[in-house]
Design a binder for this molecule. Structure first.
Ligand code: HEM
Length: 562
């Protein structure tokens, strides 16, 4: 018989809290309140907090497993405030250190159970395990239909199909090489644009010729993805309605996917939609459907009424998906989601990484000069750097790797993983439905793994350094693209873009500080951005032979003066 059933509530109350027993009228409600408080605190005091305490009762393997260390956080809320902060990766890295929980730390955010690894070994266990091959789908991702796109689709046949066709038709080395020409064109447009911005700034009220490159990089990157995926480029700025529409859609999508949504962790708040996320998502989806739907329609018309297959040379990713639709493997709404997701994945990562690299170039003139000397000696003074030069520019490539180490665009590997079924990591039991994260930022800044991790030193990636890690996912000391089944499929394409454009920007300009210097403060949204955009001088170098006539430039951007 339980204690509560053998005693009256007032007897129990007087036994547990004798001081309160004098008032019989107050004792019962007070007793209930205290009982509630005690249960909340008992739950809360479990390592990892409330969500873990609610799940641990289901663990039948208790005897053979050990609890995962971790902070309880605030009662009920757990570590909510780590996620509403813009430096979540740093807060979590510090907590893993304090709780001696680098291999694995447990925590709760409301009713969501999390684990996070800040060490290469357990990170590998998570990312390479088929048990963590799903992703948690936040409300915004679901409402934006991303659960039908590759990044959020559940592990299974549909997802495997999307991976396979994108690996063949979008991300294969042959496809990446074939898109070299328009990558170069967009790079050339960017150079022209920066030159004219510098001139404009210099002429303006005796300005000192300082440029803000963020917007130039963003538009270039967006156009590159649009061209790769939709076979279309845009003129952003005044006059191009389609360009402006795509820019607005992308911006709204980033905001929605990046925002911390309380409903994701407190199901009761879900139906209230207090932050208006669902409403905004639904408005956005309507606009996206019209925009992407029109592009798909243009492709259908191009292919002819009977939806003929187009030959590979003139096809883009929309054509590839239309072929799948013919085979009944994909519906129209799936196609919209798949195409739309590529824009989100491919645009900001590239642009943000390039901005961090340029900031580092401004801060380290000796490293910049060394890269420029390498470019000059390999490319000479009579032509523009191209894809073919990149294998001979190891120092430029080392700069990209070192920036990925110091400023990984996805410090928490962007979008987390989800345990599909109950599993174990080492001696720790992980229940199905647990969200698993890897703190790549903590790993790449760990003194026990990296020598002088706070120092920006591309030399550590030069060929002769034998233990320099491969960054493509096989070595978890530096895996900015993730690892395992859901590793970034766009990693080779992303690197091809960043390396070429960086080489072009260094060949054509000397990057010098503005009077306000360089602010390296971070802000984690969907990706890890510079909090204040980079302001610097881009002084044309004598080696810059890129003239209007050097390349055919089908792309252009229009910027309004600020
Ligand atoms: C510097 C550039 C990039 C970085 C740092 C980056 C980083 C990442 C990371 C960390 C993940 C999660 C991996 C994991 O869970 O293990 C990811 C997934 C993904 N990335 Fe990238 N990415 C970049 C460029 C691109 C580009 C250019 C595209 C496509 C145009 C792309 C498409 C994707 C997709 C579709 C996924 C989801 C894959 C899946 O769940 O199966 N990424 N990326």
């Amino acid at each position: 018989m339980s204690i509560s059933s053998s005693m009256s509530s007032s007897e129990l109350c007087s036994m547990l809290f004798p001081a309160l027993a004098c008032s019989t009228t107050l004792s019962f409600p007070l007793f209930l309140t205290l009982l509630l408080l005690i249960s909340v605190f008992t739950f809360w005091l479990v390592p990892g907090g409330l969500a873990w305490s609610l799940s641990s009762s289901n663990n039948n393997n208790k005897k053979t497993t050990t609890p995962i260390p971790g902070p309880s956080g605030f009662p009920v809320l757990g570590l909510v405030f780590a996620f509403t902060d813009s430096l979540t990766h740093r807060v979590l890295a510090k907590l893993s250190h304090v709780f001696n929980a680098k291999p694995l730390m447990a925590f709760s955010v409301g009713f969501t159970r999390f684990i996070i690894s800040s060490s290469p070994d357990t990170a590998k266990d998570i990312l390479n395990s088929s048990a963590f091959a799903d992703r948690p789908v936040k409300e915004s991702a679901y409402e934006l239909l991303f659960h039908r796109a590759m990044g959020f689709a559940p592990f299974g046949e549909y997802w495997r199909n999307l991976r396979r066709i994108s690996a063949t038709h979008l991300f294969s080395p042959r496809r990446i090489a074939a898109s070299g020409e328009f990558r170069l064109s967009i790079g050339a447009t960017m150079v022209r644009q920066i030159k004219s911005l510098m001139t404009m700034e210099k002429n303006k009220n005796d300005g000192d010729g300082v440029v803000e490159v963020r917007q130039v990089l963003h538009f270039a990157s967006l156009n590159n993805v649009m061209m790769t995926v939709f076979g279309k480029s845009y003129e952003f700025g005044e006059g191009d309605c389609d360009g402006n529409e795509v820019e607005e859609l992308v911006k709204e999508g980033y905001d929605l996917l990046g925002v911390f949504n309380w409903s994701d962790h407190f199901p009761l708040l879900g139906w209230l939609d207090l932050q208006g996320v669902r409403k905004r998502c639904r408005n956005l989806v309507e606009r996206v459907n019209v925009f992407v739907g029109n592009i798909i329609l243009e492709h259908r018309i191009k292919r002819g009424g009977d939806n003929k297959t187009v030959d590979e040379g003139s096809s883009d990713f929309v054509d590839v998906l239309l072929d799948l639709e013919k085979e009944n493997k994909l519906q129209h709404s799936d196609m919209v989601a798949v195409l739309w997701e590529m824009i989100f994945r491919g645009t900001d990562t590239v642009a943000i990484l390039l901005e961090w690299i340029l900031a580092r170039m401004v801060l380290h003139p000796e490293i910049q000069a060394k890269a420029q000397a390498e470019i000059d000696s390999v490319v000479g003074y009579t032509r523009t750097v191209t894809d073919g030069d990149l294998p001979n520019l190891p120092y430029v490539r080392a700069i990209v790797k070192e920036t990925l180490r110091m400023h990984p665009p996805g410090p928490l590997l962007s979008w987390a993983r989800l345990a599909i079924h109950d599993t174990q990591i080492g001696h720790h039991f992980i229940p199905a439905g647990t969200t698993a994260m890897v703190n790549m930022w903590a790993i790449t800044h760990d003194h026990e793994i990296w020598c002088d991790p706070q120092e920006f030193n591309p030399e550590r990636f030069m060929h002769e350094k034998e233990d320099a890690p491969n960054i493509m996912g096989s070595d978890l000391r530096l895996a900015p693209f993730g690892a395992g089944r859901r590793v970034c499929p766009g990693k080779a394409m992303g690197l091809a873009i960043v390396e070429l454009w960086l080489a072009m920007l260094l060949q054509c300009f000397e990057w010098a500080p503005s009077s306000s210097g360089v602010d390296l403060s971070e802000c984690l949204k969907l990706s890890l951005e510079m909090k204040s955009s980079l302001l610097s001088k881009a002084i044309p170098r004598h080696t810059c032979i890129l003239q209007e006539s050097t390349l055919a430039l089908p792309f252009s951007f229009t910027f309004s003066e600020k």
